[in-house]
Design a protein around this ligand. Sequence first.
Ligand code: G3P
Ligand code: CA
Length: 267
Amino acid sequence: MPAQAAPADPSSPTVFAHRGASTEAPENTLAAVRRAHEQHIKWIENDVQRTKDGALVVIHDATLSRTTDVEQVFPDRSPWRVADFTLAEIRRLDAGSWFAPRFRGERVPTLQEYLTLLDRDQQGLLLELKQPELYPGVEKQTVDALEKAGWLDQAHLAGRLVIQSFSADALRRTHELRPAVVTGFLGSPPVSRLKEYAAFADQINPDEKDVTYAYVQAVHSVDGPDGKPLRVNAWTVDDLTTAVRMAALGADGIITNRPDVIRNGVQ
Ligand code: G3P
Ligand code: CA
């Protein structure tokens, strides 16, 4: 195995807008999708969780405190878990002002709204099942929602949808439900266990700190459930130096809060 990385692949990695264009608009809102769309970023990453009354919503944290005004609106509802609020309650919250006053009135989107806003014919979705252990059955519910929205047709299965998670169990369940859906494991399993993960994951998506040339080569040498080599998407890369390094190490994709900057720098 070469000790030194090869020069950056001129074909360059895919750029994923992490939580949307999240340095320019509040993360995981429709505004962040619109901004990424304006920047002609094809792939959007988001996080999916579930309300008390069973609605799938797009939000990163398991609590509403950091990215909404929930503590002002519902002061007696500590610890303000997503799972303890109904969709109607969550829809009352402002999910934009914490980021900048001009985004006042942004709401926590439902997955359905989010899918409707995405350009089905142009954009791709890297959908993270966030803390799926809190939401039994969320894998099937998410797959059903994607199907209803037309996101499980051949074109999407062939290259416009990935479901990822830090939970191997959730990915295994997702793969069992719909083997054709591309799945990504968030983390960096040891090389000796990559074949186990390749039974249900098409991608290994590590923290960029764990990415080495040898690791990428090892991942690429294992075939996923569809018989194609596993892919590697590194997160979260917001500076060009690291992005160029990821490209040089052979990463297939870069997940970033600054998609326009990274795209312009590595492509
Ligand atoms: O897509 C990778 C990344 O989103 C995983 O971490 O905490 O931002 O969801 P986190
Ligand atoms: Ca995420």
